[in-house]
Design a protein around this ligand. Structure first.
Ligand SMILES: O=C(O)CCC(=O)C(=O)O
Ligand SMILES: [Fe+2]
Length: 233
């Protein structure tokens, strides 16, 4: 598969529609639904689950070494094959944050931060959404309006890295219907797999689960003295 960067964001951002099949999407959603309810953290505008676990340590930046669940193996293998994580310390993601959004829910603009190698791979399940990208001004503050909007179709992969990871913020508006969907307003319009679904300019959201896969830089083995492995290549 050839991997086209989103034109406006050279070498910072990649979009692949249909990264997983509808069958894989359904299997992964079913596996996530089987996880104990107590694993979810309920926030006011989404719920969140970390696998294999939340980061620990005084800076909350350390992963206790544990494999990712097997239902993500084929997705992780595909990310490795496509070499997205070749520059990151472990060459594969070792952590996933699972977010679930009902229509009308979203996430405030934020940065993913320095605990991770600067690359995030996002797989969307169950619904599209629109990710909004905000620049920072010279003082490092977020500009009030997003400068770019990325439409993520269900089953797609979005990879953000480089400048986009390090120098922008991203968020999802708390709305139930995305509007102003067209070639001018959506930076990855030409890369969509199912444009006809969005050509009316508006799309109602369904419940969406996102998997954000990352490589936590610091990994500690459990047992005896904590031994830190910090393999930076
Ligand atoms: O759901 C998404 O696509 C974005 C989630 C996100 O930004 C995060 O978990 O840091
Ligand atoms: Fe994020």
């Amino acid at each position: 598969m050839s991997i086209a960067p989103i034109e406006d964001l050279p070498r910072s951002c990649y979009y692949i529609h249909s990264f997983i099949t509808a069958t894989e999407e359904e299997q992964i959603i079913n596996e996530i639904r089987r996880l104990p309810e107590s694993r979810w953290t309920i926030l006011s505008h989404r719920r969140l689950l970390s696998l294999p676990g939340t980061l620990t340590g005084s800076s909350r930046d350390t992963l206790i070494e544990t494999p990712l669940p097997s239902f993500l193996s084929s997705v992780v293998a595909r990310l490795k094959d496509q070499k997205f994580f070749d520059q990151s310390p472990h060459q594969v993601p070792n952590h996933v944050l699972i977010n679930e959004y009902k229509p009308g829910e979203g996430i405030m603009p934020h940065e993913d931060g320095p605990a991770y190698s600067p690359i995030t791979a996002t797989i969307s399940l169950g619904s599209h959404t629109v990710l909004e990208i905000y620049k920072k001004n010279e003082q490092g503050e977020r500009e009030p309006k997003p400068t770019r909007r990325i439409l993520q179709e269900p089953r797609s992969l979005l990879v953000t890295t480089g400048d986009m990871y390090l120098h922008t913020l991203h968020g999802i508006s708390e709305i139930a219907t995305d509007e102003n969907l067209n070639e001018q307003a959506i930076v990855n319009w030409s890369l969509l797999g199912n444009k006809e679904l969005y050509e009316s300019g508006a799309a109602e959201r369904q419940t969406r689960i996102s998997l954000t896969l990352r490589d936590v830089i610091k990994v500690a083995k459990l047992g005896g003295a904590m031994k830190f492995i910090n393999r930076r290549s």
